[in-house]
Design a protein around this ligand. Sequence first.
Ligand code: BGC
Length: 372
Amino acid sequence: MIATAPSITTSTGAQSGVAVHPGQANSLHLTEIPRGEPGPDQVQIRVRQVGVCGTDREIIHASFGTAPPGEASLVIGHEMLGEVTAVGAGVQGFVPGELVTATVRRPDGCPACLAGQPDMCQWLQYTERGIAGLHGFMTESVVEDARWVVGVPREIEHVGVLVEPISVVEKALRQANLIQHRIASWNPRTALVLGAGPIGLTGTLLLRSRGLDVVTMARRPAPHLAAEIVIASGARYVSMQETSIRDIAAELPPLDLIFEATGSAEPGFAAMEILGNNGVLMLISGVGGAAALSVAAADIYRSLLRGNKVIAGSVNSSREDFALAVADLTRWEDLWPGLAARLITRRLAGLTDYARILERPEGDIKTIVEVG
Ligand code: BGC
């Protein structure tokens, strides 16, 4: 049962946040957390919008998430667009009034984190805003170290809340290209994207904007909004209910790159069978459950071996990927004016509307909470 939304009344110095009791299903509630002042190297941000994604829903369903040490609640939200309200004396490069977002993951002491790559954390003891051990952005204001803050130009204000999910596909593509440096002639031309949620769709836009021929497959037969977005980007949309992944692969030139973002395990294993030689399959989205599958293990093994194929996981993203996302969103507005904004299908008015986060109206792609 989700509690009905009370109105916000906070004590002085406190603010409301939408939170869960991690590990307790449907415990979504309004909590109070302190309102912070920026230290010398910090930025205070008034939160304007927070996006909701599959990870948030998993946290709400209690399959994920941890509260900050010593606390019972975790404020959720890791996709944020906000406005700088104050900066510490040592902060350069940010001024009040500027639009910003912030990266999600904070480092632990592992070698990758110490080398500045918390998105590649080896020990998995990292903290993540709104996910693991650190309050998220679904509150009125946050204080953040300037090194995690990323500027968002006014011209993409209407889609700035999408920077975080886009950073996830930016990282995936950047990783694929880094891995494929092993092949002197790497020049991917044909890509398959599995899934047409926010990650599949922004992945489609990214690959199209880099000039690849793209087929995007998802469960539902067209017509629907996600298919329209795919088609408007110049990619082809195919329903997995109407055509199998194998049949599509048989029609296409060799698949150089596959992005798997369906949220289930099975399409990823089908993708292993049809990846082209010297190709790379990037697993980008979380999967629910612990599905047992029967797969053609020896065939997959042989084809990976003979074709020098790669399967790689890619999670989270770095500051560099946020910067790439900002640049690409700006470019997409020129390429396809208004297209990225069509991903935002539902706006909830204020933090008190939190109980509706879990509703999934047919065709919903990205729900955002208008905080301020
Ligand atoms: C976020 C990532 C995060 C991951 C954790 C995703 O929804 O976009 O930043 O690392 O969840 O599972």
